[in-house]
Design a protein around this ligand. Structure first.
Ligand code: ATP
Ligand code: MG
Length: 364
């Protein structure tokens, strides 16, 4: 799939304009601070995800404006669709083919995007929540309906937390939420386990090609509800939740659940989250993301749109060469930003589309 054109209105520093994009490699060139990442961010948002830079839609509005929007024409095996988002402070409304959607999550699956950006190092080094987001986001790419389970789980967990904070409660108040949570937890943990199983071989293979001397990459799920490599049943999970209920009522906060899951990442058996160097971390992130691309392509028969923001400043020549080779080998829309002339690997592609961003205006 690819985005054939992008229309931005009052979006960050970008001038109001429609930008035509090629279906293959696209190089977005421009000096620092001119709007390259803003352009990449606009594309990323159309996938239905939150921005990789901010959780607040107000930041997306051009300073002093009250509304901004991003619309994109997406060409995929489903045909051509116009997806869009309108942002006002604190609110986002999604559109498909001119009609408003009930929820932004309905965009999910219509445009799949995998982004590589300097912020990715936190996938290995940051908090478990970033790793859970990585898992859940791509599980949803593979199975868009799964977002409903994840959202229902968050709502039930918030309700249970609120109940636990009330004075004078007993277990009868908590029990209905535990029953619901046990059901959702079983599904979430099982899906996360299966996703990790299908990703681990692919990621390990890429890692073997990139950084063989770093040791074998292995990933696994750390969860309150996994035993002998399988998700506990709903009844077993409920049993565990009941076991900790007295403590939870005393502490007034939930203590077990899928909200504590983590993706364990190891290199040669050593925990990469704690011990990987910067270079090793980058190779792990690239391998995980290339693995996800492979998985999505195998499952959907289509390539996701790939965004590479500023990777050349992040990677040494050898590594970025191998990354480009892996990504440009197939016909994919790969959108790359940089401050210099296009890298050699891109120049070699015959259908390269080059754009220049100057103070928010994009010219081809
Ligand atoms: N809401 C906003 N309204 C107006 N301008 C904004 C807004 N948010 C960010 N900017 C400005 O947009 C400019 C371009 O930012 P962007 O991150 O896209 O640059 P870039 O081309 O990616 O630069 P670099 O090469 O350094 O990564 C910055 O100068 C920033 O101050
Ligand atoms: Mg940038």
């Amino acid at each position: 799939m690819f985005v054939s054109s992008l229309k931005v209105f009052k979006f960050r520093n970008l001038a109001d304009q429609t930008i035509e994009l090629g279906s293959g490699p696209v190089y977005v060139n421009g000096l620092n601070g001119n709007g390259k990442t803003n352009l990449v961010e606009a594309l990323y948002l159309l996938s239905g995800s939150r921005s990789f830079r901010t959780n607040s839609s107000s930041e997306l509005l051009k300073w002093g404006e009250k509304e901004c929007s991003v619309f994109g024409t997406v060409v995929s095996e489903n045909g051509t669709e116009e997806l869009g988002l309108v942002f006002t402070p604190g609110e986002r409304t999604a559109f498909c083919n001119g009609k408003p959607l009930d929820s932004v999550t309905e965009l999910i699956g219509r445009l799949r995007v995998i982004a590589f950006s300097p912020a990715d190092l936190s996938l290995v080094k940051g908090s478990p929540s970033g790793r859970r987001r990585f898992l859940d986001r791509h599980m949803v790419d593979l199975n868009p309906g799964f977002i409903k389970v994840l959202m229902a789980y968050q709502r039930a967990l918030a309700s249970k937390s609120a109940v636990l904070k009330q004075p004078g409660i007993d277990y009868s108040h908590v029990k209905p939420w535990n029953e619901l949570l046990a059901d959702y937890c079983g599904k979430i943990v099982d899906n996360r386990l299966n996703f990790i199983k299908s990703l681990s071989d692919k990621a390990a293979l890429f890692h073997e090609q990139y950084a063989p001397s770093d040791g074998t990459l292995t990933i696994s799920l750390e969860s309150d509800f996994v035993e002998d490599d399988r998700a506990l049943s709903c009844d077993e999970i409920l049993g565990r939740l009941e076991g900790v209920a007295p403590k939870e009522m005393m502490m007034r906060t939930p203590s077990l659940g899928a909200q504590r899951d983590d993706l364990k990442i190891a290199l040669g058996g050593v925990d990469a989250r704690a011990f990987a160097s910067q270079g090793q971390t980058r190779s792990v992130v690239l391998s995980l993301k290339l693995g996800v691309i492979d998985l999505l392509e195998a499952a959907t028969g289509e390539s996701p749109v790939i965004l590479l923001d500023d990777v050349d400043s992040e990677l040494d020549k050898g590594r970025s060469g191998r990354l480009f080779k892996a990504l440009l080998g197939k016909s994919r829309q790969v959108i790359v930003t940089g401050t210099d002339a296009p890298p050699d690997h891109l120049l070699a592609s015959e259908n390269l589309c080059t754009l220049t961003v100057s103070q928010g205006t994009v010219v081809s």
